[in-house]
Design a protein. Structure first.
Length: 126
């Protein structure tokens, strides 16, 4: 079992680079700040490249973030469990977004994506 937001969890979440090379230049980088996690505040990145989304573990920044999403551990846990979308959390005031909010139009493609693969979700402890 992998503890949500642990180093092991991020390692299991990260996709390997595409065959034949590295990742494409990111279209959008979102920093996620989670308050109240068991180990304290956690910050990581979601990197959108074309139709691919990958998570970058804390301390392994790839590019400057365009947007920052801040929420508490309970809310982010619900998003990771697939019970709440990030957009629903924003609409309900359970998450805050800052930065270049004009980039949200390109982030609409994230609305239907499951950011945590079901196989990883099944072995994650919250």
């Amino acid at each position: 079992m992998a503890q949500f937001l642990s180093r092991d969890w991020f390692e299991q979440l990260s996709d390997p680079p595409p065959e034949g090379g590295g990742w494409d230049e990111p279209d959008l980088v979102i920093e996620v700040a989670v308050a109240g996690a068991p180990e304290g505040e956690v910050r990581y990145q979601l990197v959108v490249s074309g139709s691919r989304v990958r998570a970058v573990a804390p301390g392994e920044s790839t590019s400057p973030a365009v947007l920052r999403l801040a929420s508490d551990y309970a809310t982010i846990s619900e998003v990771a469990r697939g019970r709440l979308s990030a957009f629903e959390a924003l609409a309900a005031g359970r998450a805050k977004i800052s930065g270049d909010t004009s980039a949200l139009s390109s982030a609409q493609r994230l609305a239907g994506l499951d950011l945590v693969p079901p196989a990883l979700r099944a072995v994650t402890t919250f």
